[in-house]
Design a binder for this molecule. Sequence first.
Ligand SMILES: [Zn+2]
Length: 601
Amino acid sequence: DLVNKLGDWVADRTSRWSKELQSTVLAVEYGGMNDCLYNLYQLTGNPRHAEAAHQFDEISLFEAIWEGKDILKGKHANTMIPKFIGALNRYLTLGESEVFYREAAEKFWDMVVYHHSYITGGNSESEHFGEPDLLDARRSDITCETCNSYNMLKLTRELFKLTQDVKYADFYETTYINAILSSQNPDTGMTMYFQPMATGYFKVYSSPFEHFWCCTGTGMESFTKLNDSLYFHSGDRLYVNQFISSTLDWAEQQVKITQSSDLPFSDTVQLSFELTDTCKKERRLSVRIRIPYWTAGEPTISLNGANIQPEVRDGYAIIDRLWKDGDSLHIRIPMKAGYSSLPDAPNVVGFRYGPVVLSAGLGQDDWVESKTGVNVSIPTRRMLIKDFVIPQGMSVQEWFAGFDRHFIQKDGELSFVLRNTDADNRLVFTPHFKQHSERYGIYWRFVEADSNSLHEHLEKSQQEQLIREATIDGIQIGNDQYELQHQVKGEWTHAGTWEGLNGRRAEPGGWFSYELKVDPEAKNGLSVTFSYGSRAGSIEIWVDGKMLATESIPLERKRAFYDKMFEIPAEMTAGKAAVEVKFSPIQNLNGIYGMLRSVKL
Ligand SMILES: [Zn+2]
């Protein structure tokens, strides 16, 4: 009753929306409103609840993705994923007439998984999608928000139910092990926000009273459903999708199936069958065992001790027979180490053993947490971390051609070392989901000794380090969380995405401002990103009510951005921990984009 009335209230409000107001709402992080309103409509059958759900369907976005246009760059990832969970729910709720929404959700899944995801199944940098296939360039300490993986699994589960396509079960396994299991501290139960894909950082967890993030909420939920999506059934058909010790109590078929598995520490899985209806001697079931993409050779399957060769179709071994009480299936899936690279950097690789991502521990030096966004803790990077590997006596290509000889398992342990590199004695790779106490590296750049790429890489990481060290405070312009944290104010102003960068603009006569930390002891600078203009214009920049500078926007037809650094005079920051920085456009609509930073000069 309560939820019903809440639904009425939402329907009242959303039915009065103008087109402009609707697009303003759809531009912020509104989560799964369409999804939950379709769920409500399933319960109430009240057409007003369906209409309210439609108001949260972002049709122009769905159309672009359905047409195969990857317009995800600059979009807040964990707002996008629930929109498509909602689109799929529109199809599930209203039926075949809404097949467009199902197809949009399927295409979105392909786009995210094949063009925006890392080896762990995670996606995004600083909560946002980037350009498709640009993944190495965006590897940082704030990649792979854990909520995104939680939501991708939600979408994956529904798509598997509809299609029984094995690709969804494979992705589920990858993400479940390497992004979800990996995200919890086994000693405290606390979970992670960002999962660094850059090398040299460590896992940072929430805390019971100080750090309760979105990912803390979804994190708790994830660990209440570790038994979810292991099995699926339809009629007498059973899909064994995940290899995790569990008991399936299949009431409709009066069968109990017990799975024992210790993947990745052992490559065998045992399934025991128990008929719970003692009057029945046999039960016809079609049992489908997933043959995972990572299998290192033909799996072997035996039934009650005798080898069998079941039909393998669409990624499943199909065992269709009359099952008796006490039957047991024994499955061996050969495992070995492998690697995969990133689309924009063929020589940057992550290592796997079966489905399990491996990372190398890098010790605990300078273990300090810093803060970003709404009190989000992130790990600080260890200075001078060496994040590349140089093959010895051979080229990078030769090293990978002989991968099985160069990536060696230690006797009797699930750990691996390198051979014929400069890091043979330094790096030990172990399952990343168990790494909780050291800095780590999942991705490693392989470079030739004395090559240009080695020198370029050293120079680039030095520059990045300098920017990071110099930054006092930073705001992601146009992101409501970060803007609110920095006391955004303004008149005649709006946020949005332009050319793939988030930003904030104001009308002439309007303005917007933020509070930004400064260092009263240092010489401070303000780093701002502007957009070239097609019309003449300028923006005044004020610090605590005093004019700092007027930026004349260069008149150029090209759609591009440029960065500028303004020195803040010492008298403007003397004795202050923070200042109010205000932007007001003159003549024409104008704004700032990307990151606004205060830095030590
Ligand atoms: Zn989150």
